[in-house]
Write a protein that binds this ligand. Structure first.
Ligand SMILES: Cc1cc2nc3c(=O)[nH]c(=O)nc-3n(C[C@H](O)[C@H](O)[C@H](O)COP(=O)(O)OP(=O)(O)OC[C@H]3O[C@@H](n4cnc5c(N)ncnc54)[C@H](O)[C@@H]3O)c2cc1C
Length: 238
């Protein structure tokens, strides 16, 4: 299958944590970059690899403009992300394909949404959340359960705290697997949190994103709770 790329320019890079960067891209034409919240793009990289593209979920919401944000974690054993860390700088033009993918919001949000992420898996869920808020889409309660190792690994922490203070329907629940003694929030993995929040097994749609182990376990636990496969959407990063 031939992949169509067009160049986008990096116009800002922000260090979100020691191993995670936010990259902001702009397409040269002024046509809006039209995508559905939850979709991803592929970057083509000049790396010595049979497959030279790498997929990244769009972390920003569609905004009728030609910019988008990615949030990327360094994999020191990989090929693509070390290349980005060493070479990507503001002003570079990168071949981008997409939008791609079917990990998207339903046309109508009729039930509670439970967004569950680990690491940079927060990207498409952040995009969905902002889209719902920006477009004032009808919705019920929204929960974002976010698993990280330490406090410093919680991506978009201040932003999510601010949103949960502002919107009573939105709950942000960071869960740390290796908290320090000052942490008073949830600890362990994400699973006990959604099992508790949805102990009544009320109708809900679950969006799971991140690394395989979390997603496989969550799918099994949610199915055991009685949720149907159609209510459990997921995007695997590995
Ligand atoms: C739909 C989708 C969306 C995604 N969105 C995001 C996102 O928003 N943010 C994000 O950070 N990531 C995201 N990912 C993951 C991303 O696509 C990459 O897999 C990730 O960035 C690692 O890329 P890399 O090139 O650094 O590692 P790769 O080169 O792909 O290597 C990955 C692993 O393979 C092994 N490996 C590589 N080369 C060899 C070799 N020659 N021999 C043996 N083992 C080898 C290494 O152990 C390494 O850890 C997404 C993935 C998918 C599928």
């Amino acid at each position: 299958m031939k992949i169509n790329y067009r160049n986008a320019t990096i116009f800002q890079i922000i260090d979100e944590s020691p191993s995670v960067k936010r990259y902001f891209f702009k397409f040269p034409d002024s046509d809006p970059f039209d995508f559905k919240p939850g979709q991803f793009v592929m970057l083509d990289l000049p790396i010595e690899s049979k497959i030279t593209n790498r997929s990244y979920s769009i972390a920003s919401a569609p905004n009728n403009d030609n910019i988008f944000e990615l949030i990327i974690v360094l994999n020191p054993h990989g090929l693509g992300t070390p290349h980005m860390w060493e070479n990507f700088k503001v002003g570079d033009q990168i071949p981008v394909a997409g939008p791609l993918g079917k990990f998207t919001l339903p046309n109508q949000i009729e039930n509670d949404l439970c967004l569950i992420a680990t690491g940079t898996g927060i990207a498409p869920l952040r995009c969905m959340l902002h889209h719902i808020i920006n477009q004032n889409l009808p919705h019920k309660n929204i929960y974002l359960i976010f698993g990280s190792r330490t406090f410093n690994d919680i991506l978009y922490y201040k932003e999510m705290q601010a949103l949960s203070s502002k919107y009573p329907y939105f709950s942000f629940v960071p869960v740390l697997s290796r908290p320090d003694e000052k942490w008073t929030g949830e600890h362990g993995y994400v699973h006990h949190v959604y099992e508790r929040l949805f102990v009544d097994k009320r109708p809900a749609t679950f969006f799971l994103c991140g690394w395989k182990n979390m997603i496989m376990e969550a799918r099994e636990r949610l199915t055991n709770m009685g949720y149907d496969k159609s209510q459990i959407k997921f995007e695997l990063y590995d």
